[in-house]
Design a binder for this molecule. Structure first.
Ligand SMILES: [Cu+2]
Length: 112
């Protein structure tokens, strides 16, 4: 226990990490109620919302951009997806971290 704690403390804090997804709402592979779905995506580091994009992949295959709200925390992006009918969706995220690196990923979820 002590050894682990010491190891964690002595690892240099990586100030220039690119953004890794920590948690999201909707959670990956979850089912949520529509038609309005709040979206929150938290990363392990600061992200630049002005240079980050969220795309909502619709059941029909098309994708539409989600307008990001003002950041309430530097590591978190929030938006609202509205008027979602039941079906399978995905949020495709692309974010710019403070180290200048872009990372991207996808969060699949269903609306019932
Ligand atoms: Cu990086």
């Amino acid at each position: 226990m002590t050894a682990i704690a010491v190891t964690l403390i002595t690892i240099p804090r990586v100030a220039s990490a690119h953004a890794v997804l920590m948690r999201s709402l909707p959670a990956a592979n979850s089912t949520v109620h529509g038609p309005d779905v709040p979206v929150t995506i938290q990363f392990n580091s600061r992200v630049d919302s002005a240079r980050s994009t969220l795309l909502l992949s619709m059941p029909g295959g098309e994708a539409k951009p989600l307008v990001l709200e003002k950041q309430t925390a530097p590591d978190t992006l929030t938006t609202h997806a509205t008027q979602l009918t039941p079906g399978k969706y995905a949020i495709r995220w692309q974010v710019l971290a403070t180290d200048g690196h872009i990372t991207r990923g996808q969060i699949s979820f269903a609306v019932q």
